[in-house]
Design a protein around this ligand. Structure first.
Ligand SMILES: Cc1cc2nc3c(=O)[nH]c(=O)nc-3n(C[C@H](O)[C@H](O)[C@H](O)COP(=O)(O)OP(=O)(O)OC[C@H]3O[C@@H](n4cnc5c(N)ncnc54)[C@H](O)[C@@H]3O)c2cc1C
Ligand SMILES: NC(=O)c1ccc[n+]([C@@H]2O[C@H](COP(=O)([O-])OP(=O)(O)OC[C@H]3O[C@@H](n4cnc5c(N)ncnc54)[C@H](OP(=O)(O)O)[C@@H]3O)[C@@H](O)[C@H]2O)c1
Length: 640
């Protein structure tokens, strides 16, 4: 690319009557959007900065295991066929699943890798969206996933890539240890194989690229909520660092060995904090985890009987009214604690961990209804088995130590900030486009799209920019279920978007969308309080996906199922909350597939199902008697 040269312009073409769309990002959300749009014959071009599909899992730490089981994480239209034996995928297994999905729906034909979207704006003359992309030259650091070739590449080549990749990673991490990961990762040159074609490639900073501006009807932003680290400034951190202390954000954490023999303070107890505390505890001299308020509501991946906990995230549980939510949680917690204490079949450590989880949740008085989930037992395992400590307190850093508000101190060498992420969209802030007026009627400028993305509550259904009632700009993956999984939520958003693009669903006008967004925001903030304000994409899994389903006409007909297909009704009510329930009718109906999956899917455990069903029945009776607060948690009334 010659400096100053104007980008080549390409007007993307579509079949007659169909639309053109650029999808930014080929993670779980981008793939779902591509699949739904191509299924309706719209023209899609996707760009991703990375060398492969998979988004955050192409940069995750070495021992990442998903916190949502294979049942809850999978899309409704594609599965590994093992619904009867749910597992927790490692990041590499999930990438393999996504590769299968991309192949099954021929998505690779539409993706350009190492392509970074620089600017997005709207042309006043043509009304088309102008997406300027640096095609082919983006730099990314090597990661395990870089050397994980797709299923279609011959086995011998896949093995070779793994071997050569292992050597590359060793050299890369050795240099990182000498010079620091954040410094090295942005400029490391290495060889790799294209994961789709298997061809040898070279990754180098400053690689040549072509700048192209694509003209399209729609833009789908699928850049993820975990792309930009949120790293606060801790009081005293300069003094701490000047005296040899280290401070990293979890996005730059890859392996625990770096902390061998050190004393480490982990800040934040979401899922990153929990996983990382557990990993580091195996190597470090001492680990302390600090939360300023409450940690995520703890749910272990597996229950005392060894079954995945996701089985209990079912419609019966989440249909309980909000006012009973904490009670449902409390009674379940007491019951679980009792079982964990007295079950003799589990090794004692596991029982102690489950018991401690119950105690910690009760201590902070949270439930799955009012607090975002920490669906992993990591930091509790570290506390019970490896001597890690938990501080629920504010702290400041000083020379070689952290000082807590209660006056106690923790001598420490390193701080790992697991303080989450923020949303950012530099493509709307590029100096060439930021002040371009994209809606003359309301005066909206390109940079305002950044503000919409940063606070998804302002989007209609956390998807559509209300300024454009035909859904010209939409965001995907910006609804995080407090309990539940992001990819299937994005799948539902993608289906809704596809129907809007196809002209089969008409969005309300701008004013109505804005009013609805305000109403929804009030509802989420009422339910999740502080959490909904900090995590601006937090939603209730069932309420959110049911709402989209209702708008698409694919809510499961529960009463009819109860009368005509009681087995499927039973699985929906007491099995894991998956999107197959929305395949029973409506525009994406595939009842055969739904029936097949439900024939295999297990249901939750008897104890928890009985408790949640008893609460729900009581709520129904009270609601029928006129107590409106006990209205079950579904339908329009719950969303009002
Ligand atoms: C360690 C970890 C584990 C997780 N485990 C779970 C789990 O168990 N269950 C769950 O539901 N969720 C989990 N999550 C949340 C996770 O973010 C989502 O499940 C999922 O990755 C969201 O996919 P996405 O496509 O929205 O975003 P991402 O996966 O972040 O993908 C975004 C993509 O956009 C690309 N991109 C960004 N900017 C540009 C640009 N300007 N130009 C071109 N491309 C761009 C990126 O390269 C990336 O590939 C986890 C998150 C982390 C960090
Ligand atoms: N294994 C897995 O599947 C896995 C692993 C990692 C991440 N994830 C996913 O990735 C996403 C991000 O998770 P995350 O754990 O990185 O972030 P997160 O869930 O947003 O949690 C951030 C934590 O940091 C705390 N925090 C934020 N700012 C702080 C500050 N200034 N000072 C002190 N504490 C602060 C928060 O406390 P408050 O609540 O008090 O604000 C919270 O405990 C989630 O969707 C999660 O599910 C999954």
């Amino acid at each position: 690319m010659v400096k100053g040269k104007a980008p080549r312009v390409e007007v993307v073409q579509a079949q007659h009557g169909k639309k053109t769309c650029v999808v930014v990002g080929a993670g779980a959300s981008g793939l779902a959007v591509m699949k739904e749009l191509t299924a309706l014959n719209h023209s899609v071009t996707c760009f991703d900065e990375n060398v492969r599909i998979g988004g955050v899992y192409c940069a995750s730490y070495d021992r990442t295991m998903l916190t949502t089981s294979s049942l809850l994480t999978a899309y409704s239209d594609y599965s590994d066929g093992r619904e009867d034996r749910p597992v927790f995928w490692t990041d590499e297994q999930y990438l393999d699943y996504l590769d299968g999905f991309a192949n099954a729906f021929s998505l690779y034909d539409h993706i350009r890798f190492r392509s970074s979207v620089q600017k997005v704006t709207k042309c006043r003359k043509t009304g088309k969206w102008l997406v300027t992309v640096r095609v082919g030259g983006a730099h990314v650091a090597p990661h395990r996933s870089t050397f994980l070739l797709g299923r279609h590449v011959p086995d011998a080549q896949r093995r070779l890539a793994k071997q050569e990749g292992a050597a590359t990673l060793r050299a890369f991490y050795a240099q990182c240890e000498r010079e620091g990961f954040p410094r090295v990762k942005g400029a490391y040159a290495y060889n790799y194989f294209d994961h789709v074609t298997g061809e040898g490639q070279r990754m180098a900073p400053q690689a040549p690229f072509e700048e192209v501006t694509y003209c399209v009807d729609h833009v789908a932003i699928c850049t993820g909520t975990n792309h930009w680290a949120s790293l606060p400034r801790f009081e005293g951190q300069d003094l701490f660092i000047e005296n040899g202390g280290t401070l990293v954000h979890s996005e730059n954490y890859k392996k625990p060995e770096v902390f061998r023999g050190k004393r480490v303070l982990v800040v934040g107890a979401g899922e990153s904090g929990s996983d990382i505390t557990n990993e580091i505890s195996n190597e470090a001299l001492k680990v302390t985890i600090v939360v300023r308020g409450k940690h995520g509501h703890l749910i272990p991946r597996k229950q005392a009987d060894g079954r995945v906990t996701d089985l209990n995230t079912n419609r019966c549980r989440y249909s309980n009214p909000y006012v009973l939510g904490d009670w449902v949680g409390y009674v379940n917690q007491l019951a679980k604690k009792f079982v964990a204490k007295h079950s003799s079949t589990k090794p004692s450590d596991e029982r102690k961990i489950l018991q401690r989880i119950g105690e910690l949740n009760l201590e902070q008085g949270t439930s799955a209804f009012s607090k975002f989930g920490c669906k992993n037992e990591g930091f509790v395992t570290a506390m019970v088995c490896k001597g890690a400590e938990l501080h629920r307190d504010a702290f400041k850093l000083a020379k070689g130590k952290a000082v807590f508000k209660d006056g106690s101190e923790f001598a420490c060498d390193s701080v790992v900030a697991c303080t989450g992420y923020r949303n950012s969209f530099p493509m709307f802030e590029h100096e060439d486009v930021r002040d371009v007026v994209i809606c003359p009627a309301c005066g909206c400028r390109t940079k305002d799209l950044n503000a919409f993305g940063q606070n998804p509550r302002r989007l209609y259904k956390q998807i559509f920019v209300p300024v454009f009632p035909d859904g010209q700009v939409a965001f995907f993956g910006f609804a995080r279920p407090a309990f539940g999984s992001v990819p299937p939520t994005a799948e539902m958003q993608a289906k809704y978007f596809a129907l809007v693009v196809d002209g089969r669903i008409t969005l309300p006008d701008t004013k109505c969308m804005e009013q609805q967004a305000l109403k929804d925001q009030a509802n989420w903030e009422w339910r999740f309080g502080y959490d909904a304000k900090r995590v601006k994409d937090l939603v209730d899994f069932q309420l959110y996906t049911d709402d989209l389903a209702e708008r698409m006409g694919c809510l499961p007909p529960l009463m009819m199922l109860f009368l005509t297909k009681p087995r499927i009704w039973w699985k929906i009510m007491f099995g894991p909350f998956t999107m197959h329930q929305y395949l029973l009718r409506g525009p994406f109906a595939d009842p055969q597939r739904a029936a097949l999956v439900y024939s295999k899917q297990p249901v939750g455990d008897f104890l928890e199902c009985s408790i949640t069903a008893a609460f729900l029945l009581t709520a129904k009776v009270l609601a029928l008697c006129g107590f409106r607060d006990f209205q079950p948690n579904y339908g329009k009334a719950a969303r009002a």
